[in-house]
Design a protein. Sequence first.
Lengths: 72, 179
Amino acid sequence: MSEAEYLGFEVKEKKRGSFERWIKAIRKDERTKTLKQLKQKIEKLELFTFKGTNIDLVVKDEVLKIIEEMEK
Amino acid sequence: MKTKDEIHPELKQFFEKAKKKGWKKGQHLFNFLDETDMMRYDNIKEKLVRDKWKDAYEGERFAREECEKEIKQLKEKESKLVELVRNLECEITSYEVETNRNHSEIKRLQNKLGNARLQTINRIRKEIEKFENPYPKDIFRWNNKEKMEITRGRFNQFAYETVENVREKVLKILEGRNE
């Protein structure tokens, strides 16, 4: 069963290849878009400031880097 | 080196006198000397014995004083050593106390930092969880009867799941970092 069929789409044999590519492209787009939005949300986020440490900024950077890694 | 039979120079004159009167080795001088010479001989002999004892006493006193001096020096050294050891003990104790204090302070700060990190991560997690999925979850209103290959509902479902998967993946990685 192809991915498109698994999702419930009826795909004609002739168009199966192009349809799969289309699904993959959409998934990639949605993934990129979501990661970008999450990144923006976290960048805008005003965190608590812990006296004598910059742990909040460090953690924020870590999370942003994780998202950047996922974007690649 | 003096021999046992050697006569002391101070007593030699009495023996010379006695020799002249026929004294021979082993005989008592009493029979060959007059009373004055005998008394002088006895006095000198007594003095010599006294001096000998005096020398011995002086020698012993000197040795005792030297020993006492040495004992005093040793005691001074000992008290200095004891003082050094006490100072060292004090320093070791204060170092240990300081080290323990530092360890507990480091532990406290590590805990504080850990808590701060945890709080920040949790805050970010909440924000990610709150992130609104732009696609509706419950729309399945596509028309299966039509020949159209993809409906809006199916697309929404697919896109919604993709966004949720991305969110879950980010949260999972964060959880892994948090452990």
